[in-house]
Design a protein around this ligand. Sequence first.
Ligand code: NAD
Length: 439
Amino acid sequence: MPLPSIQPRLPHAEPMHPADPDSLFAMAVGSVNAACEVMNTAPFVKSILSQPKNELIVNFPVMLDDGSYRLFKGYRIQHNNILGPYKGGVRYHPDVSLDDVKALAVWMTMKCALMRLPFGGAKGGVSVDAKVLSPTELMRLTRRFTTALGQNIGPDFDIPAPDVGTNSQIMDWMMDTYLNTQSNGARQAMQHVVTGKSLTCGGSEGREKATGQGICFVLLELLSQFGLTPEKLRFSLLGFGNVGSYAATILEDCGAKLVAVLDQSGAIVCNDGIKAHDLAAYAANHGGVRGYRAGGAKEIDHHGFYATPVDVFIPAALERMVDEHVAGSLNCRIVAEGGNGPVTPQGASVLARRNIALLPAILCNAGGVTVSYLEWVQNKAGVHWGADRVDDELRHIMVAAASRVSAVSRQYGVDLATAAFGAAVEHIAASYKQRGIFP
Ligand code: NAD
């Protein structure tokens, strides 16, 4: 009797949970799978990369300032560590979910591999609106979350960093909590358990601007392929937080012109250029770009923002914001992903059809994890480098990665986005081939 046919399960589907077609994790794994096809990667490597190694969910109570208690849910996803300790940010946001954190962890694996950093990929988060908590509540939440993670993080095992909703203060609290809960006598030498710390607590020069700086290094390296120069470059930004505002001011310092910005507060445009440094100061004081009028800037609606003609559009807000409709309205030559996963697969297809180049997040926004790596190296060596040294190291790593992506794109005849994942997967597959699978 013939055996019943077994439906192959999609790699992102969980037992009892059918795959969600809008899943961010499915989107992340889809990019990895496409790259594996192009690079002819061994099937076992593709299969390993289709799921995280470890998925940790913790529920923990925190006392609020009024004496009441609230239960929070936190996540730490460790996707892959073939190249080194797990590495990835911690996000505090009301929309944090298991699926999204898994996707972000996949992208961290790819990012570290593409940059050739000795790190694997992880991500964490707590489902919370940090803005409604007081500083003392935020501190208790952070300390309790860190304690709940316990020995699942460590300076040579899994190293958290800031992401949306977290900052150097939260990293300092995480480090302090971790050190205070170690029995090991060497605990004071473990400050590299987290990166993105304040300078006072072992942070690196250049970490705060690193992601924006990295976007700039990548663009400077690749612009000539499109016949563009930084001096004549016109760009727009979706999101004007840490990544967006630093990208804007650094690109402006290179001669480029910021033409339009959309953030959570509203959208502004100015054909003659918006002074990015001035806007950054304004947004910090007013909670966003809305209402900025200097130099003739005026308000526009979302459609007008996306349709504004520019050379480069930089989405630097949250995930999935550039769908097929937004991609269809864009009037640019390059989309440089400043945030993680801003372009949906449908959006990417529209961009490809319209001949708009997509520079993926694993290349463009890898400046943050790269300076995190430099912080980790400095902490381990007990040294502190100057800002110029950090910038030089960052430039070297980012430019090498951008050239790697161009080379794979030429060699395999694929777009730059596929090439970036291809260059990452190639490195991971080579390591698996050399080491084999234990036992
Ligand atoms: P942030 O919180 O500082 O800024 C987010 C920006 O997005 C804000 O300007 C906010 O107004 C805007 N925004 C949010 N929702 C919006 C909406 N619905 N419409 C329009 N604008 C909206 O965050 P960040 O640190 O700049 O991170 C942005 C992205 O970059 C995230 O995807 C993050 O994971 C990624 N990233 C950050 C770093 C880093 O070092 N900060 C490193 C790598 C990747």
